[in-house]
Write a protein that binds this ligand. Structure first.
Ligand SMILES: Cc1cc2nc3c(=O)[nH]c(=O)nc-3n(C[C@H](O)[C@H](O)[C@H](O)COP(=O)(O)OP(=O)(O)OC[C@H]3O[C@@H](n4cnc5c(N)ncnc54)[C@H](O)[C@@H]3O)c2cc1C
Length: 372
């Protein structure tokens, strides 16, 4: 038996777990338990690694906006390399459905920080000559970026340790029980952690972990999303006027592509519900991505270097789920990050830690949420 006493036990070592554990460790003793021997291996290791202002539901858009300055400050705080590198997003509509979706997106986000702006279709084609034709309509998100997810996760993990936190890997929680006024978490490997409170940040498994503690399910649904990395015959097409080609996203959410080194990452923007687990790419989804990107561009993608899938886990209203579960004192969740868990992590972690510790929300995050 490996015994630990702590103020807070955080369950899950993806970006949610490490970032909130780091923020909590400024004020409390923290032990983080991760089921896998390596971390991260699940959603956090499988994302498209993009930071896109204006992405997702209104609370996420506010958290993404508040995360921008925090991403800029984190390299000094955590000793990481720069975490964002510019990669604007070109939103393209190729049919009626896409044009309607684009119009609705622009209207909904008008006036929000970093919101996309309408772009003339001919100019859109000039900025992305790989498009087969000028789109019907287009928009541009100038402040989007690629995220160095590995550096972000590693920075938070090292920062947590530097603040005195403990990280235990290969530590799958198999039982969670009340222990006086606190909790005791037991892992399959024999760790026993006594804690004043629990933070369930187990991504797709959040409801399973809650069930271990007898806490009612939130109704989170994990949806599989697939990405294929395809070599590009002529990588010079991935630069335009000396700048990197933007990420190109279909406004009707049927596909997107993102250049990465000498490949493009392509996705059919699939959303297939499935139980929590080690998601695998479905051949049909990979074929759909190639077909749709093939129809919209002249990239002529012929082969797939590698493909993967991961789970994007949403609450029914697609807003984040933060804080203590009603009627279950000391049992907190940080969940439902969907497709925005990386880009919103800095602000979401700071907010979640404040909520869990009963402190006021940080000013920047509170005012961003109040504006949303
Ligand atoms: C294909 C794809 C593309 C994406 N693109 C983007 C993007 O461009 N930008 C963006 O911001 N987001 C993106 N996302 C979303 C982002 O990846 C997620 O929102 C984020 O990684 C969720 O982090 P998490 O820590 O909640 O989950 P995870 O990374 O899945 O971590 C949860 C952890 O909990 C652990 N765990 C589970 N059960 C237990 C247990 N009983 N005991 C201990 N540990 C346990 C698991 O092993 C796992 O490591 C994308 C996701 C996918 C799949």
């Amino acid at each position: 038996m490996d015994g630990h006493e702590t103020d807070l036990v955080v369950i899950g070592g993806g970006i949610a777990g490490v970032s909130v554990a780091y923020e909590l460790a400024a004020h409390a003793r923290v032990v983080l338990l991760e089921a896998e021997h390596d971390m991260p291996v699940h959603a956090t290791a499988r994302s498209a690694a993009t930071y896109i202002p204006g992405h997702g539901s209104a609370p996420f858009r506010a958290l993404i906006a508040a995360s921008g300055p925090r991403f800029a400050a984190l390299p000094d705080e955590l000793g990481t390399p720069p975490l964002l590198s510019p990669r604007p997003v070109l939103h393209v509509a190729t049919d009626d459905a896409g044009a309607a979706a684009l119009t609705a997106m622009l209207a909904e986000q008008r006036g929000e920080p970093g919101a996309p702006v309408a772009l003339d279709p001919a100019e859109a084609h000039r900025r992305a000559p790989v498009l087969r034709d000028p789109p019907r309509a287009a928009a541009w998100t100038a402040g989007a970026a690629d995220v160095d997810t590995a550096a972000l996760h590693d920075g938070y993990r090292r920062g947590l340790r530097a603040r005195g936190g403990t990280v235990l890997r290969g530590a799958r929680v198999v039982s969670l029980a009340r222990d006086g006024s606190g909790w005791v978490a037991t892992t399959a490997a024999g760790h026993v952690v006594r804690a004043g409170a629990v933070v369930d940040a187990a991504g797709a498994w959040t409801d399973e972990v809650a069930a271990l503690a007898g806490v009612p399910r939130i109704g989170l649904v994990p949806y599989r999303r697939t990405i294929a990395a395809c070599p590009v015959a002529d990588p010079s097409v991935l630069r335009v006027d000396g700048a990197p080609l933007p990420l190109i996203a279909d406004a009707a959410e049927c596909w997107y592509l993102k250049p990465e080194a000498d490949t493009v990452l392509v996705s059919p923007a699939d959303e297939s519900p499935q139980p929590p687990g080690d998601a695998r790419p479905d051949e049909l989804d990979v074929a759909l991505a190639l077909d749709r990107v093939g129809a919209a561009t002249t990239l002529g993608l012929r082969s797939v270097r590698t493909a993967w899938a991961g789970l994007r886990t949403f609450a029914p209203d697609r807003a984040p789920v933060l804080g203590e579960r009603p009627g279950h004192p000391g049992f907190h969740v940080v969940a439902g990050q969907g497709g925005s868990g990386i880009e919103s992590a800095p602000a979401l972690a700071a907010l979640a830690a404040a909520v869990i510790l009963g402190r006021p929300a940080p000013d920047d995050v509170g005012s961003a949420l109040a504006r949303s």
